[in-house]
Design a protein around this ligand. Structure first.
Ligand code: NDP
Ligand code: AKG
Ligand code: MG
Length: 742
């Protein structure tokens, strides 16, 4: 056990990183008198890239591999980490980050899209390590407990966010493959009774065998699934959906998670682009090959690469692009001003956030003219798509949900030790030809096999037993603590879920469940059950696997409280430590753009405030530390007052932004510390600062507002310059001077 109670605060990317430059100095100043250390570790995309290429960098440029360090730390009982959202990079984001670092003098190799030799293959493998969801699965040595704190629900009831209208004749719906060659329909699943090691092989039609993965160790009681998505079925499905969107006169939109499902989903995304633009692609096949266009990186890959062509060729392709737009159904837009479509960049549209945003808007997405319209929301695999269709049908029948009166759907999510699909990327393969994929244990028993064709996407997922036990316990504890029904969203008709249900039924017997309502329902039914309760103002705990955890912890928060940024997101680590994630959403790239253009940061740090309070609470339990408890209690009071007085950033210039909101948190926190009597030392330490901040409120706010409205430079996007960023995010000399006295 480290001697001093210590919190690790993570440096990440984009808006949360900018917010950190403002909030962290406040946190460090406030924890100092309490003897709590707050250390930082860099897990940003830039940091992860730099840490992985020490040999090409100078001594000064090298940094430690903080992510690996934190991964190990998550196994220790005294660990306490505040984890802000980070970029899970797609290829376009990775290339942009590398280019920025190269321009800053880091002699990093280019990302080799098509490695030509072993050295390039090795570079690509190293970059693959930092791509996609490279951070969360490493740190998540526990299951997740995500909920809207009561204060946040109360705030939303008093100050409801805007909700779009749902009309009974909305044409918006979900399109999914549903049992025709998708992952759901092809899934096979086993629970291994004893520890073993499995080999995954592809046996081609001519009998030749290729080992896809030599070794995958499994523990006793571990669940292993295998499944595939048929390329032929997918491509037919996509062509049908495109035709249907056009026939119905609705906008076509595709919703994937190409960041987290970093192998399968970019392939699916690429097929969607290729089907949508098939005439264009067929006509210019040779040119596209020469340019090395890869549609897995989105249609934007073509748009950026044609700039290298001679003007006349470029103009010809651009005309054909316009023809493709005119011919197909209208495409949903990410940014209609800039002409960025839903198919441009695979990391621009991420299903967990994009579907709820559409549902919140009354089933509408943006079109190319900047108007909104109904959409055919395409989610190829049917495992979870039905959940969104259930919400759409509910809203169509009952109108939009009402934040003033609606209940809540908190989530207990199975995610420890890379559970389920989220751990599948090292076991996902694009199949080279017709044949069989075979999974064999160490005694030579074939656990299962699939007949596959060229281009099919085959994948295996693992789910360890200990995390399932921990998850069931967490669900029962939450049901007991709240008296609210808990529903396991599991479908016995799905191979994997059937294995999980057997475990859930077994492990529920380890707990006292008397008087509790615990149900097991297939996802779409569970969703309907929860919605029927939510409109009556009732709460229902959703107990789900890893993917639905991701989906539901954006879906319900966005509908209930306007954004998942306001969520309490706790990961009780299985070995006793605590990982406190901030909010449940992403890193809000559009907030950075607004900040750079007008020196206004819209990021709402409520997620950070809640995470900090939970972290102090945990620290006080682990270290039996009363001062940490005082910090937790007073921060709770401060956050309550913050919500009451509505100190979150507004959307537009001229009101307080993220920095102003941090000042108010500091003010209320200092006041609460000065008023509490549990700890006389802390009271004495904070009395003068509370007075100073109270007396200078108007001056500090004025200093913070004065900088708004002009462009600002922080010296980089992926790796801002510390000095410039710190100056930009701490523009109040009066506030800085007050904090320096602590
Ligand atoms: N835990 C993690 O580390 C996660 C990381 N990501 C990564 O984040 C990036 C962007 O992801 P994406 O899914 O597009 O989501 P965004 O970060 O763009 O968030 C979606 C929207 O949520 C709202 N929002 C989110 N957080 C806040 C906040 N603190 N304050 C105010 N508003 C907020 C904003 O919506 P509005 O305009 O409606 O108010 C925002 O535009 C990607 O690189 C992705 O990989 C994504 C999810 C989780
Ligand atoms: O790790 C990621 O890529 C995203 C995580 C996420 O969206 C979530 O946990 O809700
Ligand atoms: Mg998510």
């Amino acid at each position: 056990m480290s001697a001093q109670p210590t919190i690790i605060y993570t440096f990440t990317d984009e808006a949360p990183l900018l917010a950190t430059y403002s909030l962290l100095p406040i946190v460090q100043a406030f924890t100092k008198p309490a003897g709590v250390a707050v250390e930082t570790r860099d897990i940003s995309l830039a940091g992860r890239i730099i840490a992985n290429f020490p040999e090409v960098l100078t001594e000064e440029q090298r940094i430690n591999d903080d992510l690996s360090y934190l991964g190990k730390l998550c196994l220790e009982p005294t660990t306490n980490i505040i984890k802000l959202p980070n970029i899970s990079a797609s290829v376009p984001q990775l290339k942009a980050a590398v280019a920025e670092l190269q321009a800053k003098g880091y002699k990093l190799p280019d990302y080799p899209e098509n490695p030509q030799n072993d050295a390039e293959k090795e570079i690509k493998t190293r970059y693959a390590k930092v791509m996609g969801s490279a951070v969360n699965p490493v740190l998540r040595e526990g299951n997740s407990d995500r909920r809207a704190p009561k204060a946040v629900k109360d705030y939303a009831k008093k100050h409801p966010h805007s909700m779009g209208k749902w009309s009974a004749d909305s044409k918006t719906r979900v399109g999914t493959m549903g049992g025709k060659g998708d992952f759901f329909s092809n899934e096979k699943s086993v629970t291994v009774p004893a520890a073993t090691d499995v080999k995954i092989e592809f046996v081609a039609a001519d009998g030749t065998t290729k080992v896809l993965k030599e070794s995958t160790p499994l523990k006793a009681g571990e669940i292993l699934d295998g499944t595939f998505m048929s390329k032929a079925a997918l491509v037919n499905f996509l062509a049908d959906q495109i035709a249907e969107a056009k026939k119905d006169g609705v906008l076509f939109s595709l919703h994937m998670k190409a960041t987290m499902m970093k192998v399968s989903d970019p392939i699916i995304f690429g097929h969607a682009v290729e089907v949508f633009f098939q005439d264009l692609i067929a006509k210019h096949a040779a040119t596209l090959r020469e340019l090395g266009v890869d549609f897995r990186n989105g249609f934007g890959d073509l748009v950026s690469k044609i700039s290298k062509l001679p003007e006349d060729k470029k103009a010809e392709i651009e005309a054909d692009i316009q023809a493709a737009y005119a011919n197909g159904p209208a495409l949903s837009m990410v940014n209609s001003d800039k002409g960025i479509t839903n198919l441009h960049v695979p990391s621009d549209v991420i299903v967990d956030a994009s579907m709820p945003a559409m549902i919140r808007a009354g089933g509408k997405v943006w079109d190319a003219k900047g108007n909104t319209g109904d959409t055919l929301a395409v989610i190829p695999d049917s495992s979870y798509a039905g959940v969104y269709q259930a919400v759409i049908e509910f809203c169509r029948a009952n109108g939009a949900l009402d934040p003033k009166t609606m209940g809540s759907v908190p989530n207990v999510g199975l995610m420890a030790q890379a559970a389920e699909e989220y751990g599948s990327h090292n076991k996902t393969f694009e199949i080279p030809g017709k044949g069989t994929v075979k999974v064999t244990d160490k005694d030579g028993n074939v656990l299962f096999s699939h007949e596959v064709e060229q281009g099919d996407i085959w994948r295996a997922c693992q789910t360890k037993d200990a995390p399932v036990q921990d998850w069931v316990k967490l669900a029962v504890n939450r049901a007991r603590a709240t008296g609210v029904p808990a529903v396991f969203w599991l479908d016995k008709a799905r191979a994997h879920d059937a294995q999980i249900i057997a475990k859930v039924e077994k492990y529920l017997k380890d707990h006292d469940t008397s008087g509790l309502t615990i149900e097991i329902l297939p996802p779409a039914e569970a969703c309907k059950y929860s919605l029927e309760r939510i409109v009556k103002g009732e709460d229902t705990i959703s107990v789900t696997g890893n993917v639905l955890r991701d989906y539901l912890t954006d879906l319900f928060p966005i509908l209930e409280v306007g954004t998942s940024a306001k969520m309490l997101s706790i990961v009780p680590l299985m070995n006793g430590g605590g990982l406190f994630e901030t909010g449940a959403g992403g890193s809000a790239p559009k907030h950075v753009q607004q900040f750079l253009e007008e020196n206004y940061l819209r990021w709402d740090s409520l997620g950070e405030f809640f995470a900090l309070a939970a972290s102090f609470e945990h620290l006080s339990d682990t270290f039996k530390n009363a001062k940490a408890k005082s910090l937790a209690d007073t921060l709770d009071t401060a956050t309550g007052k913050f919500l009451e007085n509505d100190r979150s950033p507004g959307r537009k210039l001229g009101t307080i932004d993220n920095r102003g909101s941090h000042f108010y948190l500091a003010l209320y926190w200092a006041q609460a510390l000065a008023e509490q009597t549990a700890d006389a030392e802390l009271q004495a330490a904070f009395k003068p600062i509370a007075e100073e901040l109270t007396a200078n409120e108007a001056k500090i706010v004025e200093e913070l507002l004065a900088v708004q409205g002009k462009a600002v430079d922080v010296g980089g996007y992926y790796k801002p310059c510390d000095t410039k960023a710190s100056e930009a995010l701490r523009p109040s000399a009066t506030l800085n001077a007050a904090l320096a006295k602590l």
